[in-house]
Design a protein around this ligand. Structure first.
Ligand code: ADP
Length: 463
């Protein structure tokens, strides 16, 4: 059974059940109340009659003031004497030779009973009449309860009809509401199936209802998941394409050189050097890829210790000066002693990546400025160059793996970067509890800033 049918059935039964209990209580209350009113009328009438009853001269029961007693319409009485039978009765039932309530002919105390006479419903009050302790007769006063039965019948009809109508309306309302709410879920299922069948992660589920309700939230979460999956899927596709592309160039060079060697029949130095260069490049790339995979997933073990960032920076600058030769000026700006926690070798790799990039992308005669200082609880290291800058559309992507700004792509063949260096720097910094930022102005230069938490007495063993 569908969820919609189950909900409709549940709520309809619930409404029906509640109305049935409610109807039963109302029916009982009304019935008891109506019978009470008749009983009260009977008691008053019986009182009036008893007041006009006395013993006659020969000790028999008599009613001395019947004409004075005004009984309500539909109220009848019979006066039974113990030894003389029926002594007196209302005119309208004078033909009746039996007590109205035969079971209570001589009751010990007043008794109310509901009975029928000739099929007509009657409520009878039987009151014993005594002289001293001697029971001498019975007064029975009766009233028709036809009106009670008619009222009960009408009430029952109204209650049953009301319950049926209410149940039908509840079923309709629940069915419509759940149809509206669940229709969107059906849509989600359809789109999800279509996405699976068509392998199209770019699709999203449209939703017109209120975004804050449960279905809206579900669809929004589902769309976010789709977005994330699409991103991951595209990243993976791009990654495979990039790796393939990066591998093809060195492998083609190696293959070309091997063919050349075969044709020449001997190994010349130039070809061997070229092969060696490409193999080194491949080895570097695979090393970087493995490192990135481990650092991205947090599986790269980081040796935690106190690191003197100032000493580390000086080491890097020494290497950088060799790399820059006379081509670029490397300058140390503001410089402070700074201690941080972390893996010395990995932090060195971060700084080296940034400084190497600055040297790599800055044209001859340019300058690379490095500073180190403390800002509040953070170490702040900047690498500023006077290079070509990074286009603003590339800026949000440069920390993605294999991403290279448009201009740098043309450099593929020159044995330089693969677009992995900044990704590695980003992840290492993140796993040290820090951040890496970039600001760049086209034609003026680029500034990378690394923020790291300062050493505060001791280093945590694992991050
Ligand atoms: P690559 O190995 O290509 O240098 P990176 O991940 O280190 O890869 O850098 C990604 C891209 O960011 C580079 O291809 C380049 O386009 C850009 N980039 C990085 N540093 C600089 C810089 N100092 N000046 C200009 N562009 C830069």
């Amino acid at each position: 059974m569908s969820l919609r049918s189950r909900l409709t059935l549940l709520y309809t039964s619930l409404v029906g059940g509640i109305l049935l209990v409610f109807g039963f209580v109302v029916y009982q209350l009304v019935s008891v109340n109506l019978v009470d009113q008749i009983d009260e009328l009977l008691a008053i009438s019986a009182n009036d009659l008893i007041e006009g009853t006395e013993l006659n001269a020969v000790g028999g029961l008599d009613m001395i003031s019947t004409p004075d007693v005004e009984l309500a319409t539909n109220v009848y009485f019979q006066l039974w004497a113990r030894n003389q039978g029926l002594r007196l009765a209302s005119a309208s039932i004078s033909h009746l030779r039996e007590p109205m309530s035969p079971l209570d002919y001589l009751p010990a105390q007043p008794v109310y009973r509901t009975t029928t006479i000739g099929g007509a419903p009657l409520r009878v009050l039987s009151v014993p009449l005594s002289v001293g302790n001697r029971l001498i007769g019975t007064l029975q006063v009766g009233a028709s309860t036809a009106i009670v039965e008619a009222t009960q019948k009408t009430l029952l009809t109204v209650l049953i009809a009301g319950t049926v109508v209410a149940m039908a309306l509840a079923a309709l309302a629940v069915s419509l509401t759940t149809y509206q709410a669940l229709a969107s879920l059906g849509h989600v299922t359809n789109v999800a199936l279509q996405i699976t069948r068509a392998d199209d992660l770019s699709r999203r589920i449209p939703y017109q209802g209120p975004p804050a309700d449960e279905v809206g939230q579900l669809i929004s979460a589902f769309n976010q998941t789709l977005g994330r999956l699409e991103n991951l899927f595209n990243m993976q596709r791009r990654f495979v394409a990039d790796v393939g592309h990066e591998l093809r160039t060195p492998l083609t060079v190696i293959k070309g050189n091997i063919n050349l060697l075969r044709r020449m029949g001997c190994a010349d130095d130039e070809s061997l050097q070229s092969i060696e260069g490409e193999v080194d490049r491949l080895t570097r790339m695979i090393g970087d890829l493995l490192l990135l995979a481990r650092v991205e997933s947090g599986k790269l073990p980081l040796v935690q210790g106190k690191v003197e960032l100032d000493a580390l920076l000086l080491e890097v600058l020494q290497q950088a000066r060799v790399l820059a030769e006379e081509r670029i000026r490397i300058r140390l700006g503001d410089f402070d002693q700074v201690l941080v926690c972390g893996d010395r070798d990995r932090l060195k790799q971060v700084i080296l990546n940034l400084v190497e990039n600055a040297i790599k992308y800055t044209p001859r005669g340019g300058e690379v400025l490095v500073t180190l200082g403390k800002v509040e609880e953070q170490a702040r290291l900047t690498v500023v160059d006077t290079g070509p800058g990074i286009p603003s559309e590339d800026l949000p992507h440069i920390f993605e793996r294999f991403y290279r700004a448009e201009k740098s792509r043309t450099r593929t063949g020159d044995g330089k970067g693969f677009g992995l260096g900044l990704s590695i720097a980003y992840w290492i910094t993140r796993h040290h509890g820090g951040e890496i930022e970039v600001q760049s102005t086209l034609g003026a230069g680029t500034q990378f800033t690394v923020w790291l938490p300062l050493f505060e007495g001791e280093c945590q063993q694992e991050r």
